[in-house]
Ligand binder design. Structure first.
Ligand code: OXD
Ligand code: MN
Length: 600
């Protein structure tokens, strides 16, 4: 029985539109989870892995045309095009509604419509929000079981008049169009991942994969939530959350935004190389932050699971991720071993002699193809991570002391740079970039900007989002976290990484921790506050003085050549770029010009 009036009316509407054969309100039980796997195994899309090796775990192979988020088919349908901004694809809401009505009409013929009430964040947390996803995909139901909190408790929390974000999903392939169902139904030629930030709705058609279909994650927790956060004075960010404990037992919580493929999951569950320091994970991908009465900024991980990229994950690169995967996992588009287990590139140094690849074909190391799809994923409960912090589900969240922004830069950007204040930090966030091409020594490679790592995930105009960051600093009685720009990816003249990264990043985390405590030194430079040689703990690390100097250098010329690139980047956002950020850019230029030696 659905008690929530808005939900009851909406469910009838969607039933009428999609015309499913069956209708189930998900209760979140183990029985329900197992039932989904019975269905998926029977349909031929999933196999259970060897129970002794990996209990209660499944391998799924998607349609090869449906393997990743599709940004070109992701739309923000705000009333005004300018509110979506150049960072988003825009279609007028009326036009999109008309298209969607046509597509969704009868789209669940022959299928079951599942209703998933879900909470982003621990049920009842003041930072959490509720959504309801309607889907015709049992794979989505099973995945939502792991990735969010779902079922009866959420309906209770919703009560009679609680608010929720309606999320409608269909694989877009009604059964009456087919003689027989296919293992992974989808409709890649009619793909629409549509967001309505004004009415806070999500409609997704045609894909069953990841961020296109598990609507709680990127669609709700970032695109729609960023718009909610803008209106309500909080922050919905593409950030990990980690807990850092020093040898004396003092704790700081740190959030960090990194574009895809910058080692974010590795950092969230890093094993420190410095003795007696401890890193624990609160979240690996998304962070919602609200100010509390006492002015501190508290964060929750709105997700309950990890949807991690499998290739490249191994005991050497991320042991804690590997150790999370010992049971109760979903693996999508990885390879299958002859003994009923899984494998992907990077899991072990040597590949097995024979595999079934992600397409279901025989594979040997001589095949010359990838055994796992590069975007193959593992889905696992965050609770299974061996370094999950005890407080990861605290209703109040955890107080954030510092925020990191990072990109993948071979040149110019130092290992770590502390912003003098929140506005400079927001400026750092707005210019995060990664080099697309290997830069020749002394030049900057072609840059892909990914401000705050939110480029594909900000549900409104990026410049308005920057303004929101600026406005946060004007709120009354708030204690703002410190902000840092980090870069693990500097290369030397031979194109080799200078910084070893991985567990050694704990040295940078230690400096940040000690800055928060007020016990570590920094030098003020034209670009921000950098560690003094003595304040960064480099004991026992195999780096020469030259290399350290390069990692911490202030490259006046390099930064001066960045200024016009940043200006050009801002130009596409026109007048909406916050004055405060333009001022930061101007002051940076002035400080750099003043730092040029008189005879230089
Ligand atoms: C992700 C991403 O999948 O950021 O988390 O692309
Ligand atoms: Mn992500």
């Amino acid at each position: 029985m659905v008690k929530n009036t808005k939900l009851a009316v909406w469910l009838e509407e969607i039933k009428e539109l999609c015309q499913p054969d069956d209708f189930i309100i998900c209760d979140g039980s183990d029985d329900e989870y197992n039932r989904m796997w019975d269905i998926l195994i029977k349909s031929g899309v999933a196999r259970q892995l060897d129970h002794d090796k990996r209990p209660n775990s499944y391998l799924v192979r998607s349609d090869p045309k449906d393997v990743a988020r599709v940004e070109s088919r992701t739309f923000i349908c705000s009333e005004d095009e300018a509110d979506a901004g150049p960072n988003n694809n825009w279609i007028p809401p009326d036009e999109m509604r008309k298209t969607l009505k046509g597509l969704f009409k009868g789209c669940m013929h022959g299928r079951t419509m599942y209703v998933i009430p879900f909470s982003m964040g621990p049920v009842g947390s003041p930072i959490a929000h509720i959504g309801v996803e309607i889907t015709d995909s049992p794979y989505v139901v099973a995945s939502m079981h792991v990735m969010t909190r779902i079922g009866k408790a959420v309906l209770e929390e919703l009560g009679r008049d609680g608010e929720f974000v309606p999320c409608v999903h269909s694989v877009g392939l009604p059964l009456d169009d087919l003689d027989k169902d296919v293992p992974w139904p989808c409709n890649p030629d009619n793909l629409y991942i549509s967001h309505f930030p004004d009415s806070r709705e999500i409609w997704s058609f045609g894909s069953g994969y990841g961020g296109n279909a598990l609507l709680g994650k990127k669609c709700f927790a970032l695109r729609i939530a960023s718009a909610m956060a803008h209106d309500e004075g909080w922050l919905a960010e593409h950030m990990l959350i980690l807990k850092l404990t020093n040898p004396e037992g003092a704790v700081h919580y740190i959030a960090g935004a990194f574009p895809s493929a910058c080692g974010k999951t590795n950092l969230a569950m890093l094993i420190p190389t410095i003795p007696d320091w401890k890193v624990e994970m609160v979240g690996d991908d998304i962070c919602w932050m609200k100010f509390q009465q006492d002015g501190r900024l508290f964060a929750i991980n709105p997700e309950a699971g990890i949807f991690g990229v499998a290739p490249g994950t191994g005991m050497a690169s991320n042991a804690n991720a590997m150790l999370s995967l010992h049971r109760d996992c979903i693996f999508t588009n990885v390879a299958e071993t002859d003994d009923g287990d899984i494998w992907w590139e990077g899991m072990t140094e040597e590949p097995p002699d024979h595999l079934i690849d992600w397409n279901g074909n025989d594979w040997t190391p001589e095949s010359g193809t990838l055994a796992a799809h590069p975007n193959a994923r593992f889905t696992v409960s965050a609770a299974q991570c061996p370094v999950i912090a005890d407080e990861w589900e605290d209703l109040a969240g955890v107080p954030i002391s510092a925020i990191l922004f990072g990109g993948r830069r071979a040149t110019v950007v130092p290992l770590v740079n502390e912003a003098a204040n929140w506005i400079q930090g927001a400026f750092f966030g707005s210019i995060i970039s990664s080099e697309k091409t290997a830069a020749a020594s002394g030049t900057i490679g072609e840059l892909r900007r990914d401000p705050m790592a939110m480029l594909p995930f900000c549900g409104y105009n990026m410049a308005d989002y920057w303004q929101h960051w600026v406005d946060i600093s004007k709120m009354q009685h708030v204690q703002l976290p410190r902000i840092y720009y980090v870069n693990w990816f500097r290369k030397d003249a031979d194109g080799k990484y200078i910084w070893p990264g991985f567990g050694e990043n704990s040295r940078v985390l230690k400096w940040i921790f000690e800055r928060c405590e007020g016990s570590a030194d920094a030098v003020e430079t034209p670009i921000g506050n950098l560690p003094t040689m003595d304040s960064l703990d480099l004991s026992g690390i195999n780096l020469g003085q030259d290399e350290i100097a390069q990692l911490l250098s202030v490259e006046i010329d390099g930064w001066l050549s960045e200024i016009p690139l940043i200006e050009a980047y801002y130009t596409q956002y026109g007048d909406r770029v916050p004055q405060a950020l333009r001022q930061e850019l101007n002051s940076l230029r002035e400080r750099l010009e003043n730092a040029i030696p008189a005879d230089g």
